[in-house]
Design a protein around this ligand. Structure first.
Ligand code: PMP
Length: 361
């Protein structure tokens, strides 16, 4: 059966060449006689994959592995909501920018380990905006500023890197990781669940400035300690080897086939623009986020009528366009156009929206 068009918010579409390669490598990786999911995480075979994955992630983010460590951990991005403050806050102060429901959860988890200021929030207006640097204050004694670069649920995205105003800069990059060029050296800690832009679920990518490693609290259990994990190349426990393999393949695809992050950004912009043009073309659709903060990854929109939105999702499913239902907490519609999304799928979506509007407008 042919594959359908997949607009899921995550786990999400993966690049076709990567899936085809993974099919082969699951059976036999190179000429090893072993499938990639069947070899030891301590084998030379897997070590080469892990080293390449770390090297490629660092290169794409423009950071050196001398200054930063790349870890592939488990527990999801949500695990990092508590793991970072558990390691680094130790009763100190942290500042959070609240641009989506994930920030709300992250700030609540951090409050277990110290004082949390929510310095700016767009919660009251449905998280439809992001702040400028002069919209928030970071107190002098703040250890870190936390923000989420792309709000998967409401559909907002930062177009700039916020100023941490002297504190460490910490970012949940889960839903726009490696989707556009980023100056990684501005960050002290980046984390991202792999399952949107770079791999299957089960791996959380963490990029930590090495100078933070001697600040880890001593009462943290080994598997959760960044310093211990870095010392053991992320293998204090058995990592998600297959997930790391896919991340390596996706980074390879980004670097070798897609022109790196500027190449993929151009494609992401062109695809998002097509869908936003359809939304803005008439009064039939409404976008949910202020134009300047619209996400290129998760496009949220509605007809304004919940029944019509439901009919759209049903008809889209029948037309082999899947995953267009908005997040259960906000309703409406959402099209996720992560890195692996194809022009063909986006064209099919836009044509389907035009036809739905013609027959229901
Ligand atoms: N942060 C963001 C921005 C997300 O989109 C998500 C998941 N959709 C999470 C955190 C939680 O991720 P996980 O399920 O990997 O813990």
């Amino acid at each position: 059966m042919a594959r359908i068009y997949n607009f899921s918010a995550g786990p999400a579409i993966l690049p076709e060449p990567v899936l085809k390669q993974a099919q082969q490598d699951l059976w036999e990786f190179g000429e090893s006689g072993l499938g990639i999911a069947e070899c030891s995480h301590r084998s030379k075979l897997f070590d080469a994959v892990a080293v390449s994955a770390r090297t490629r992630v660092a290169r794409l983010l423009g950071v050196s592995l001398d200054e930063y460590a790349v870890l592939f951990l488990q527990g999801g991005a949500r695990g990092q909501f508590f793991q970072f403050p558990m390691n680094m806050l130790q009763g100190g102060r942290a500042t959070y920018l609240d641009t989506g429901r994930w920030d709300d959860m992250a700030a609540k988890d951090a409050a277990r380990y110290g004082d949390v200021d929510v310095a700016w929030s767009s919660q009251e207006t449905g998280w439809n905006r992001v702040p400028n640097d002069d919209d928030y204050v970071v107190q002098n004694d703040t250890r870190y500023l936390h923000y989420t670069s792309n709000n998967t649920v409401a559909g907002g995205e930062f177009r700039h890197t916020p100023d941490a105003k002297g504190a460490w800069l910490v970012c949940d990059m889960s839903s726009n990781f490696l989707s556009h060029p980023v100056d990684g050296t501005k960050f002290d800690f980046i984390y991202a669940g792999a399952q949107k832009n770079v791999g299957p679920s089960g791996v959380t990518i963490c990029v930590i400035r090495r100078s933070l490693l001697d600040r880890v609290a001593s009462d943290v259990p080994d598997v959760l300690r960044y310093d211990k994990q870095v010392a053991k190349d992320g293998m204090v426990n058995t990592p998600c080897t297959f997930g790391i393999y896919v991340i390596e393949q996706v980074c390879r695809w980004l670097e070798d086939d897609m022109g790196g992050l500027s190449g993929i950004e151009a494609r992401n912009i062109a695809q998002a623009n097509k869908v936003y043009a359809q939304i803005d073309g008439t009064d039939f659709w409404q976008g949910k986020v202020e134009t300047s903060a619209r996400s290129r990854m998760n496009i949220t929109f509605t007809t304004g009528n919940p029944e019509l939105d439901t009919a759209f999702v049903k008809a889209a499913d029948e037309a082999r366009l899947s995953g267009l239902k908005g997040h259960r907490s906000v309703g409406g519609l959402r099209a996720s156009l992560y890195n692996a999304q194809t022009d063909e799928a986006v064209d099919a979506l836009v044509a389907f929206m035009a036809e739905f509007e013609r027959t229901n407008g």
